[in-house]
Design a protein around this ligand. Structure first.
Ligand code: SF4
Length: 305
């Protein structure tokens, strides 16, 4: 059984128009079948291909200048696709930014927020997200997850009340800490992009000077962006919890992530005098790349919150 959010099939990579190309800065592992195929490619391109693979325990492409994939050309197009066709991509490149959670009776797929175009698609959904193919199950964690998503989509309530409902459904609570202490916690984690650390340092310094009432009225009518962010996190991280205790950690992580996104939005508004949809996309993309796409950071937060 395959489950996916209703917007899933609308995703289309914007390739050369992408500001944060996923072929920059990430080490891309090559699966066994594709590696076998690459080893058999002949001619000059076959040689270039092999010269740019690091054949270590987990074979991957050698990153070039500015951490670019060696096959990303000056127009930000992929030379593997140009020379060999889209079918020649390794699994990671074919699937990105899609994720697949393999659960006992189902595979739950989705799009990851670390891709700016996926973030645009997810956050722009004005209607409630639905899960295509989601049918009856006896799995207690999935049943709880579905109730949590319903609570997060209850538009008769404000976002903060919906988050309280999520935490009570999971029989847990998030110990409130000053935002400065959240910043310290995040700064202590592994960082990919220095822009993330600069943002956190700036939030730590300016959080007490922000006019939150003015920010609230600036973002009035955009609750659906936060709702989509919360539903995305729960859909992606909750169902594969091995037990209730782990699910509680993920609910707390989701509540924490919302608080952080809200404060970072308020900081952007404080600094720029506005906070538009593209600002929200950029914040969620950065958050996702720095936290969700680092297992070390993600699991540290699951454990300490
Ligand atoms: S980050 Fe997303 S839109 Fe950009 S190149 Fe990668 S898949 Fe395409």
């Amino acid at each position: 059984m395959n489950i996916y959010p209703n917007y899933y099939k609308e995703f289309k990579c914007i390739a050369g128009k992408c500001k944060h190309n996923c072929c920059i800065g990430w080490e891309i592992d090559i699966d066994e079948d594709t590696l076998g195929f690459y080893n058999c490619v002949e001619g000059e391109f076959g040689k270039t291909l092999k010269d740019n693979i690091n054949y270590c325990d987990i074979p991957h492409f050698k990153l070039g200048k500015n951490e670019r994939c060696p096959f990303l050309n000056e127009n930000n197009l992929c030379e593997i696709i140009i020379n060999l066709g889209e079918d020649a991509l390794c699994d990671i490149c074919t699937q990105h930014p899609r994720f697949h959670n393999e659960l006992p009776d189902r595979v739950e797929s989705g799009l990851g927020l670390c891709c700016e175009e996926a973030a645009r698609l997810i956050l722009s959904q004005r209607e409630k997200t639905t899960l295509v193919g989601n049918s009856n199950t006896n799995d207690k964690i999935i049943l709880l997850r579905d109730k949590v998503i319903d609570a997060l989509q209850n538009r008769t309530k404000g976002i903060n009340k919906r988050i309280d409902d999520m935490l009570s459904l999971c029989k847990t609570s998030l110990v409130e800490r000053p935002i400065k202490s959240y910043c310290d916690l995040l700064i202590s984690l592994e960082t990919l992009d220095e822009k993330w650390e600069e943002l956190l340092l700036s939030l730590k310094e300016k959080a007490s000077n922000i006019d939150y009432a003015s920010f609230e009225s600036h973002i009035s009518g955009r609750e659906f962006e936060y709702e989509q962010f919360l539903v995305y996190l729960i859909y992606r991280h909750f169902a594969n919890s091995p037990n209730l205790e782990e699910a509680q950690k993920r609910a707390r992580f989701t509540a924490f992530s919302y608080t952080l996104l809200y404060y970072l939005g308020a900081l952007t508004y404080h600094t720029k005098g506005e906070f538009n949809f593209e600002d929200q996309v950029e914040l969620t993309r950065l958050f996702s790349s720095e936290i969700e796409y680092s297992d070390e950071n993600l699991y540290t937060l699951f454990d300490v919150l």
